[in-house]
Design a protein around this ligand. Structure first.
Ligand SMILES: Nc1nc2c(ncn2[C@@H]2O[C@H](COP(=O)(O)O)[C@@H](O)[C@H]2O)c(=O)[nH]1
Ligand code: MN
Length: 225
């Protein structure tokens, strides 16, 4: 049995990013840098502002990693208490997503941002969730050079939250969650599996990027609303 949880930095990484995006915009304005779009403001590598950003980004990544460890410890304790016996842990995978790292690709040192993606160097353990009702995958990276050693972070949305709320009904949600224990409330209508892309298709498309170790089918889904 796998216990699978998904969490980033719980908003703190986003707050840090917003701060540094503002700094980048101010610096570009200060140096009269003509940007085709204000959202393309950047920090110049090697400047104190650049390294301040990288330092805080890494702090947020570590915070997210430790948070996941803590959350998983608590899930393990809850499961053990519920079962009335110890959980014997065989393996734990803690997998970053949405991050920037300095790496070497095609002989060059570059900064790679993986947004909606995870790192998949040869042998890297990874997790690729499908949706609250479909399969999730435990994978190992193949180190595909053309993807800069990356793979998808999940199925990804087919429909926005707003569109999903208009397109689907609670009955359809119930139908697609048959056999899975979940909290049946209106809050999760926009999380209906059909709001996401077909994870099996996504995995077939990612065949060059990762090898599948386990395909997980859910028994219980717990979501925060
Ligand atoms: N196993 C589950 N997978 C889920 C669930 N809700 C969403 N998802 C998938 O995760 C990815 C990544 O989420 P994101 O918020 O970082 O985009 C998403 O694209 C879905 O494929 C779930 O309850 N269980
Ligand atoms: Mn995510």
């Amino acid at each position: 049995m796998w216990l699978f949880l998904h969490s980033g930095s719980r908003g703190v990484g986003n707050k840090i990013a917003q701060h540094h995006i503002r700094v980048a915009a101010e610096l570009c304005a200060k140096w009269w840098i003509d940007l085709p779009d204000r959202d393309l403001a950047y920090l110049v590598e090697g400047t104190p502002e650049f390294w301040a950003y990288v330092r805080e980004l890494r702090w947020a990544q570590e915070f997210a990693r430790l948070n996941r460890e803590e959350m998983m410890d608590r899930v393990v304790t809850a499961v053990a208490e519920h079962m009335g016996e110890d959980v014997v842990e065989a393996e734990r995978v803690n997998c970053h997503h949405n991050f920037t790292e300095q790496e070497t690709h095609f002989g060059k040192s570059v900064w790679v941002s993986r947004k909606g993606a995870i790192r998949a160097r040869a042998g890297d353990p990874g997790l690729i969730p499908g949706s609250m009702g479909t399969a999730s995958y435990v994978v190992v990276g193949k180190g595909d050079p053309l993807s800069l050693c990356s793979s998808p972070h999940g199925a990804g949305r087919e429909h926005s939250r707003t569109a999903a709320r208009k397109l689907f009904t609670r009955d359809q949600l119930r139908e697609s969650m048959a056999g899975i224990e979940y909290r049946d409330t209106d809050a999760f209508l926009d999380e209906i599996p059909a709001a996401y892309k077909d994870i099996d298709r996504v995995m077939a498309d990612a065949a060059d990027l990762v090898e599948v170790r386990h395909v997980l089918h859910q028994l219980v889904n717990v979501k925060g609303d």
